[in-house]
Design a protein around this ligand. Structure first.
Ligand code: ZN
Ligand code: ZN
Ligand code: ZN
Ligand code: ZN
Length: 802
């Protein structure tokens, strides 16, 4: 998803392998990204572009009026089945495929408003009613819509507006008596009903809808850092000769303290599971629901009622405002390139969007600088007047810089030493040019070239049109083509930076079937983004912070006590509790180009044979743990048992398959069968796995879910406590994983009315989750609701009777 689709990748790799040796050498040894781009770009032939065009052709990104009708009918079917959520999503897809101001789009909006009404989303329903009306909802259907509007207003406690709507409706009838007698009767009856409700509510105070959306402002740094505005004053920016830039604690930091709160410089919503590319005519429109259907493509907020871009079917937004902002800042250029961007992958998309966003900063300076860099290479661009400015932005790879006229103390900072979330900081993230393979660099260079050619062909003067014209003086002379090359080099740099600097924006998604009363959650990747300040943090396999997201904002909190002078770390992915040391080090070396020397890595390297570990096998005779490499032998006294690792591993795989099958039964609602299978798995696991094995924990957790679905809270709690024990062994007592598991246990106790146990568990869960997420987390809010509900149930202590 990050990189281009496989077909394009292998096409370019083959092209590379067929290049004359001399050209391969020239490209492999290119000293600068500039050289790399200028030597690769001309190799992109028209037939290559044709091939890419064919690949992109498989994505449906434009509007298709037939699809609009198709989705509306599918939505109506769901609506009849009372699956209002499913209907809403399908109507949204219909909306996306309809052109603005068409009957199609107004019908989709109106139908969606009906589904939202049934979901109790009255505010959103009202918005969709207005949308249906502004896009030309047919006159003859208006009464239905107005009635729904009146009902919404009544429910929301806005009687004056409801009365107004009703009198509109009545005058509408009076003016155009086009309804049949029976239709008129139905409407009259409904009207009466609504009028009664209005009357009932009229004496009530106006109720304002509870502000459900989390306010971003509510999350605040205690004291802002003067040097780094997105960080707290408890940290400072250092430059280490070996590790580069890093953040260090300036005072003792308590667990839970907010250290960084940063809005992404750029973010691109991941398309989710790729809609299959269509080959030929037989394929249909997909009705699959992905992240792209449920989240705003600009602010990433979850939305049930997105509004689409007027020009394409794939970009959707939570509101008109988000749509307009996205259009002005980047989508105006991206809109027609949707299929190409899906083919070239998210990294390429982020690279383009970064360059587009750069235009909103001191664009004259940026272009001048980039052009100046080109002119150094003998390209026909005017000399810049200010060499100091040129060198402020350095296009070359790190470690091969020429003498600088002006050197800022730390790369990415401005002249005053301030490090901000801006293009300058993004530009200075390391591309690690020298570490990428020549083939990879060639792939990136040609992908960017293809993008540049498309921008040119579409006549998109992407980087020059009507933006802050006064600042563009310096860029007026260069021809568009040469200027696009400049931006091509910049985008290539971003593509290479992303391998080490891309930050996944994740969200917690609730999974599990409807009858699952306890929440099962799963972290899913929502978007790929660049955060210049978060990027300052170095990696540790056992970090002292925890990262979470609200929309496009990243927050980093201390997850443990951090002493003054200690470095602030976060984890790039390979975490101690999820991967063995060898696997972690291999991953960090291949993706991030460094050898990890964090404390856990060092510790494990010093004593590599630290026993069988948590994921150990055990002897089926005496239950002692087995040890060894290819052949494991029993460590128990007076036991001679030995067994081959291959055999144990295949047994484990077998078991995992069975657990998977049981989980599927659980999702399908076949609870008894699921439990039967799981109990079998449990005794199988007991015979050859250590009690702390993660699969043992998974079995217990699934059993707990199954019993919860049956309403057997006591059994559910027993199994969940077992799972909790395993989670604690693997992740530690104050880990975020522990927090989620405690949350589930609290739900089980709550549902089972085990009041003291529930209160106790809520307290523990709150304590853990608060450190990682702060008070605005959904789970914490829910825990607090449970707590106040339980406290109401507790008997008030009374004095002795009689
Ligand atoms: Zn939005
Ligand atoms: Zn669009
Ligand atoms: Zn490590
Ligand atoms: Zn034994």
């Amino acid at each position: 998803m990050d990189l281009p689709v496989d077909e394009w990748k292998s096409y370019i790799l083959q092209k590379w392998s067929l290049l004359p040796k001399s050209i391969q050498v020239t490209i492999s040894t290119a000293k600068t990204l500039n050289d790399l781009f200028l030597h690769s770009s001309p190799l992109l032939q028209p037939e290559d572009e044709m091939f890419l065009k064919r690949l992109s052709g498989g994505y449906l990104v434009g509007k298709d009026p037939d699809a609009s009708l198709f989705y509306r009918e599918k939505g109506n079917k769901k609506f009849q089945e009372k699956d209002y959520m499913g209907a809403t999503v399908l109507y949204s897809k219909g909306v996306s495929h309809s052109g603005p101001n068409s009957t199609d789009i107004s019908l989709c909006y109106a139908n969606r408003s009906a589904a939202l009404f049934h979901l109790g989303q009255y505010e959103t329903c009202l918005k969709d009613i207005v949308r249906a009306q502004t896009h030309g909802y047919p006159e003859r259907l208006q009464p239905k819509l107005l009635l729904r509007k009146a009902e919404c207003l009544v429910t929301l406690g806005r009687p004056q507006e409801a009365s107004q709507t009703i009198s509109d409706l009545e005058s509408n009838f009076a003016a155009k008596p086009t309804l049949s007698a029976s239709q008129f009767q139905i409407l009259q009856r409904t009207l009466c009903r609504v009028k009664v409700k209005v009357h009932e509510k009229e004496n009530l105070p106006e109720v304002f809808p509870e502000a459900l959306t989390k306010t971003f402002e509510a999350v605040a740094l205690r004291e802002e850092n003067e040097q780094i505005p997105s960080a707290s004053s408890s940290v400072s920016l250092h430059r280490d000769p070996l590790k580069g830039r890093c953040l260090v604690a300036t005072k003792d930091i308590l667990p839970g303290e907010l250290l960084v709160k940063e809005d992404a410089f750029v973010s691109v919503l991941n398309p989710g599971e790729m809609p299959p590319r269509r080959h030929g005519l037989e394929s249909k429109w997909d009705i699959q629901v992905t992240n792209g259907d449920l989240h705003c493509h600009r602010c990433l907020r979850r939305t049930l009622a997105p509004v689409p871009c007027d020009g394409c079917s794939y970009a959707k937004y939570c509101s008109q405002e988000c749509m307009q902002q996205a259009w002005d800042r980047y989508h105006g250029v991206e809109c027609s390139l949707g299929a190409l961007l899906l083919t070239l992958g998210v990294f390429c998309h982020v690279a383009l969007r970064s360059a587009l966003l750069a235009r909103f900063e001191d664009v004259g300076k940026v272009i001048k600088t980039l052009c100046g860099e080109m002119s150094n290479q003998g390209i026909c661009l005017p000399e810049s007047e200010d060499p100091a400015q040129i060198l402020k932005y350095d296009l070359r790879g790190e470690g091969e810089k020429k003498d600088k006229a002006v050197e800022t103390p730390i790369p990415g900072c401005d002249i005053n030493g301030k490090y901000e979330r801006n293009y300058n900081a993004v530009f200075h993230l390391l591309p690690h040019t020298e570490n990428h393979s020549p083939e990879h660099k060639f792939l990136c260079a040609l992908s960017v070239s293809a993008l540049c050619r498309q921008l040119e062909a579409a006549g998109l003067q992407a980087f020059t049109t009507d933006l802050k014209p006064t600042k563009l003086k310096a860029a007026e002379t260069p021809v568009l083509c040469a200027e696009l090359n400049v931006w091509g080099v910049a985008m290539l740099r971003h593509m290479l930076q992303l391998q080490c600097n891309a930050q996944a924006i994740t969200t917690i998604q609730h999974t599990g079937s409807k009858e699952n009363l306890i929440t099962d959650t799963q972290q899913v990747r929502l978007a790929t983004a660049l955060f210049p300040v978060v990027s300052l943090l170095n990696h540790s396999c056992s970090p002292n912070t925890s990262v979470s997201f609200i929309g496009t904002i990243a927050t980093i909190r201390a997850s443990q006590l951090i002493r003054r002078g200690q470095e602030i770390f976060h984890c790039y992915g390979p975490h101690e509790s999820r991967m063995g040391v060898a696997e972690r080090r291999q991953k960090l070396r291949s993706q991030y180009f460094f050898d990890c020397d964090c404390p856990p890595c060092e510790r494990e390297r010093q004593r590599p044979s630290a026993g069988p570990g948590r994921e150990a096998f055990r002897c089926h005779r005496c239950r002692a743990l087995l040890q060894g490499d290819d052949v494991l032998s029993c460590g128990g006294p007076a036991c001679m048992e030995s067994v081959s690792r291959d055999l144990l591993v295949s047994r484990l795989q077998d078991l995992q398959r069975q657990v998977g099958a049981a989980q599927k039964r659980l999702r399908d609602g076949r609870l008894e069968l699921a439990i039967q299978l799981l109990l079998g798995c449990q005794s199988d696991a007991e015979s050859f796995l250590s009690a702390d094995h993660s699969v043992v924990g998974e079995i217990e957790d699934t059993l707990a879910q199954a019993y919860a679905a049956l309403g057997d809270w006591e059994k559910s709690a027993t199994h969940l406590q077992e799972s909790l024990r395993v989670v604690e062994v693997h992740h530690g007592p104050s880990s975020v994983e522990m927090g989620h598991e405690l949350f589930k246990l609290a739900q089980v106790f709550f549902n089972g009315c085990a009041i003291p146990e529930a209160l106790n568990t809520i307290q523990k869960a709150e304590k853990v989750l608060l450190v990682h997420y702060g008070p605005w987390n959904d789970e914490i809010q829910e825990l607090q609701k449970m707590k106040s509900c339980l406290l109401d149930l507790l008997p008030i202590p009374e004095g002795p009777q009689e």
